[in-house]
Ligand binder design. Sequence first.
Ligand code: MC0
Length: 146
Amino acid sequence: MLTRIDHIGIACFDLERTVEFYRATYGFEVFHTEVNEEQGVREAMLKINETSDGGASYLQLLEPTREDSAVGKWLAKNGEGVHHIAFGTPDVDGAADGIRGKGVRVLYDRPRTGSMGSRITFLHPKDCHGVLTELVTSASPSSAEH
Ligand code: MC0
């Protein structure tokens, strides 16, 4: 079961400048930052609201750490913009299995580590009407709140 929009991933060339745009324009503050070497991104999570499932929804600003990363390749081809949407679920393994059973390509055999210790996987954009789609289970309900 997918219970919230966990985050919208936005690819950018310069993380600090993009964070400043979201702060100055909308008043959104940085909730969390980290580097995910496996995914090749430096990211800032801006918390937008808490959700009724005990989690939260974020904007995730993503700057590539290397040109051959997924975000690096996408930026070179498309420029800045919305890169993916992520749905939150209490059970990423079960959600991925169910969606795989409907004929959608799930990109990882087993979920990998995402933002704030979450477990994540992705669905191929070509099977999702052009939208790279991520499934996320937070590390714990409290990690989505702090
Ligand atoms: C590629 N395509 C996309 C897309 N990326 N379409 C929509 N949205 C995107 N973000 C399209 C391309 O335009 C191309 O279409 C086709 O998919 C193949 O793309 P490609 O450029 O040849 O690249 P591939 O095939 O090497 O890789 C695409 C793929 C990859 C989606 C498999 O980006 C991937 O594995 N993504 C999942 C991981 C990821 O995105 N990590 C970064 C966020 P045409 O029509 O030209 O053939 S990490 C993250 O978000 C973590 C930290 C977290 O949330 O916690």
